[in-house]
Design a protein around this ligand. Structure first.
Ligand code: COA
Length: 326
């Protein structure tokens, strides 16, 4: 059966580290509060001249190298991001031009923290129906530039980074076995940026009113996230006629350690089978799943034939999972 197999992974995080102690100097918070409520100790922050495509390209080149392919071999590039370099062109177009993937169709998709799994699912459809053979899928964000650094509800949580995978159509047992995507737009206002688009176009007033920054109802988001993630992981397991005990690795969106712990506890999956790097990177939205995957692949945790679940939840609201046999 034709499946999309992940033949390369890559990640990149900016070099600047912002610790909880640094944040204590910016807002009324503490290392203790942030660690206890989120599990985050530090996060990476892009340089002033570093945009999402710059991070994406570094992650993509690492994935291309691991896959042993040439940029010209890529037929499709999808970038999941809510912090594109600019409104248009797409960040994927900029990546396509700069890496020399001249044969690839390129576009972005906007599904916030679920963006990488949404993008991977779209690429998977194109590969399985035979339209394209090789796809580069990227999740990348520079959230530090859309955060209100005086809002302690949001500024302690997010960080910058990029992760990428190369998918290739292959006949065999390994690859993406299924993807599961969901949206509930009735709760769009739990997490959003009000201004800068066609609803509240840029004006001096909207900037003064801080409408260009992310707003989040953290507590409500937390509760919906736990329920939705439990359901979408189970959906992936049951769709493939498996049991939670068949899963070797959960690679979760690194939103909040307490969300991850609550979800795997409900599913009776030991935390030792979860790939975690939230302590070092915070919530990097669409980048978090491919960044964690890359770490687990490169350090040898992920082995051939392992059953892996990706999961994510984010603004939209959107949530998603994917089940992969490595
Ligand atoms: N430092 C210290 N105190 C803080 C704080 C901070 N950085 N941020 C909020 N607080 C305070 C609040 O003001 C509140 O004080 P009050 O009781 O005096 O009003 C108190 O801590 C509790 O706030 P609450 O929002 O209920 O805390 P929480 O336990 O829900 O934790 C989040 C807050 C944001 C960490 C948590 O809700 C969360 O992670 N939600 C999910 C967010 C998420 O994943 N978003 C992205 C989706 S991909």
């Amino acid at each position: 059966m034709l499946r999309s197999r992940i033949i390369g992974t890559g990640a990149y995080a900016p070099s600047k580290v912002l610790t909880n102690f640094d944040l204590e100097k910016l807002v009324d918070t503490s290392d203790e509060w942030i660690m206890e409520r989120t599990g985050i100790r530090e996060r990476r922050i892009a340089a002033e001249d570093e945009a999402t495509s710059d991070l994406s390209i570094k992650a993509a080149n690492n994935a291309i190298k691991m896959a042993g392919i040439k940029p010209e071999d890529i037929d499709l590039i999808i970038v999941g991001t809510v912090t594109p370099d600019m409104f248009f062109p797409s960040t994927a177009s900029i990546v396509q031009g700069k890496i020399g993937a001249k044969n690839a169709v390129a576009f972005d998709i906007s599904a916030a923290c679920s963006g990488f799994i949404y993008a991977m699912s779209i690429a998977d459809q194109f590969i399985r129906n035979g339209t394209y053979k090789t796809a580069l899928v990227i999740g990348a964000e520079v959230l530090s530039k859309i955060i209100d650094w005086s809002d302690r509800n949001t500024c302690v949580i997010f960080g910058d980074g990029a992760g990428a995978v190369i998918l290739r159509g292959d006949n065999g047992k390994s690859g993406i076995l299924s993807t599961h995507l969901h949206t509930d737009g009735s709760m769009w206002d739990l997490l959003y940026i009000p201004g800068g688009g066609s609803r509240y176009p840029v004006s001096h007033q909207m900037i003064d009113d801080k409408l260009i920054y992310m707003k989040m109802k953290g507590n409500e988001t937390f509760k919906v996230a736990v329920k939705s993630l439990e359901a979408v992981i189970l959906e992936a397991i049951e769709h493939n006629k498996m049991k939670p005990s068949d899963v070797n690795w959960i690679i979760p969106h690194q939103a909040n350690l307490r969300i991850i712990q609550a979800v795997v506890k409900r599913l009776d999956i030991p935390i030792e089978r979860v790939v975690l790097n939230i302590e070092r990177y915070g919530n990097t939205s669409a980048a978090s799943v491919p960044m964690a995957l890359d770490e687990a692949v490169r350090d040898g945790r992920v082995k051939k034939d392992d059953v892996i679940i990706f999961e994510a939840f984010g603004a939209g609201l959107t949530w998603a999972s994917a089940l992969i046999r490595w």
